[in-house]
Design a protein around this ligand. Structure first.
Ligand code: GAL
Length: 454
């Protein structure tokens, strides 16, 4: 890889004006390594995209440059499975991490990269963002050669293909299926409540009250818009499949503005009362750590959280318990991380890209990767043998939900609505969660925000 010298330096402003340059590799910066500078994610994304000018790296013969937001311990462990797999095939990995759960900062960095004519080989992406990129003339690559040869059409569920293909052309390789309506509970903390894993909203409130009485934070949460929205996904789903479909997917003003939505916001306010005072801005994996360490009772989060528990050597059933958000057993809100392939130039670069796509889709890799990541395979023919109890449950729940009309794209994770609508929902949910207005006002705001964004 050709690396420009300037990439190694990071300018620090001096008090009297001017800059000094501190030695720092860009990958450290982009992975969130300069906390003391108080970079917010958007600033970091912009800086990273400007600074990462690895000459020709995206198109280098034997390597793939991959933009992603997998920077937590569990995520990095899963990514290492992919890096190792590719390296065993002689394809080098050039890492372009952009910290920030949910991927908003990564998408900002990606736009800047592509606009400056320096697209990576591949970028991690979710749902409707993929559809947006597919519309841009000449931006994305074509994986049909490998997809047809390997029969992806027959093994990838249509709910995922809907995002991976554009006008009959495979443009992305789905690496997993996550679901967002999970609760991760510290086993000791649950046992100390004397209760069983809650199945209903009422039972969950009782368990959280008991955890509070036992002196721990009942709900570990990070106050970031996408995390608030992840709770909201589950709360809306817990009020019924039809309600989730009408509100989050069809954006029916009656569902968005009705009594059930008021109840959803009331439930959000109730959940807010179980969160500790320092939740604002906390990263999701730090919230997972609170549960792992027993400082908090539970976290409501997608199954990437399981990757953190596994990384900490915890075992399902022994150290932690995984349940569906009470009232949502049988239904699943899903998202799928896909590697969107960009239109790289040169036959060697294309060859490496296809090799990466083929690796991502191999059944053996899908098992090895998803066992570590916490998600389940994106193809239906991968055996569940190597998965732990939560993984096996995840696979069974997904199949059941798919067969019974209970499978829905996650709003919080870009699979229910285009980015503008998602952003509008985020704004209202977060403002309400932070007490800026009550549930009745939130309902009204939601109706008008969604209408304006459509
Ligand atoms: C999700 C993504 C997961 C995980 C999570 C937290 O959107 O699908 O793979 O990375 O964000 O960053």
């Amino acid at each position: 890889m050709t690396t420009l010298v300037l990439e190694q330096y990071w300018p620090l402003p001096l008090k009297g004006g001017g800059f000094i340059f501190k030695l720092m590799h860009w990958s450290n910066l982009c992975a969130g390594g300069v906390k003391e500078m108080k970079l917010n994610n958007l600033m970091r994304a912009a800086v990273c995209s400007a600074m990462v000018v690895s000459a020709g790296s995206a198109n280098a013969a034997d390597q793939v440059e991959v933009l992603h937001w997998w920077t937590s311990g569990g995520e990095a462990a899963a990514l290492n499975v992919l890096k190792g797999d590719l390296e065993s095939k002689g394809v080098k990995w050039a890492d372009m991490p952009v910290a920030g759960g949910g991927g908003d900062a990564a998408m900002t960095a990606l736009r800047a990269r592509v606009t400056s004519g320096n697209a990576p080989t591949a970028a991690q992406m979710l749902g409707f963002d993929i559809k947006d990129w597919a519309q841009i003339d000449g931006a994305v690559g074509d994986l049909n050669a490998v997809a047809n040869k390997e029969g992806w059409d027959k093994v990838v569920p249509t709910a995922l293909q809907d995002f991976s293909k554009h006008n009959g052309k495979w443009i992305a390789a789905p690496v997993n299926v996550h679901s967002t309506n999970w609760v991760w509970i510290n086993k000791k903390a649950l046992d100390a409540t004397g209760g069983k894993a809650p199945k209903t909203w009422g039972e969950m409130i009782k368990v959280m009250d008991a955890m509070k009485a036992n002196g721990i934070t009942p709900l570990a949460h990070g106050g970031q818009a996408w995390q608030d929205a992840t709770l909201f996904d589950a709360v809306v789903l817990s009020l019924g499949n039809d309600f989730y479909q009408a509100a989050m997917i069809d954006h029916d003003p009656k569902a968005l503005g009705g009594a059930k939505m008021k109840e959803a916001f009331d439930r959000m306010a109730k959940l807010r009362s179980y969160v500790d005072d320092n939740f604002s801005g906390r990263d999701w994996n730090l919230a997972s750590a609170m549960v792992i360490e027993g400082k908090a009772g539970m976290q409501m989060m997608g199954d990437w959280a399981k990757g953190e528990f596994l990384k900490a050597n915890q075992k399902p059933g022994e150290d932690f318990v995984c349940i569906r958000f009470p009232g949502t057993q049988g239904s699943v809100t899903f998202n799928s991380d896909q590697f969107v392939m960009f239109d790289v130039k040169g036959s060697s670069a294309k060859k490496s890209q296809l090799s990466m796509a083929s690796s991502v889709m191999s059944p053996k890799f899908q098992s090895a990767f998803n066992v570590v990541k916490g998600s389940v395979p994106s193809r239906t023919d991968v055996p569940n043998t190597d998965f732990d109890a939560c993984g096996k449950k995840g696979m069974a729940d997904l199949a059941q939900a798919g067969a019974n009309g209970g499978l829905f794209g996650s709003m919080a994770h870009g699979h229910a609505a285009p980015a503008a609508v998602k952003g509008a929902v985020y704004d209202v949910v977060t403002a309400h969660f932070n007490g800026q207005y009550n549930s009745a006002k939130a309902v009204k705001e939601l109706v008008s925000a969604v209408a304006a964004a459509k």
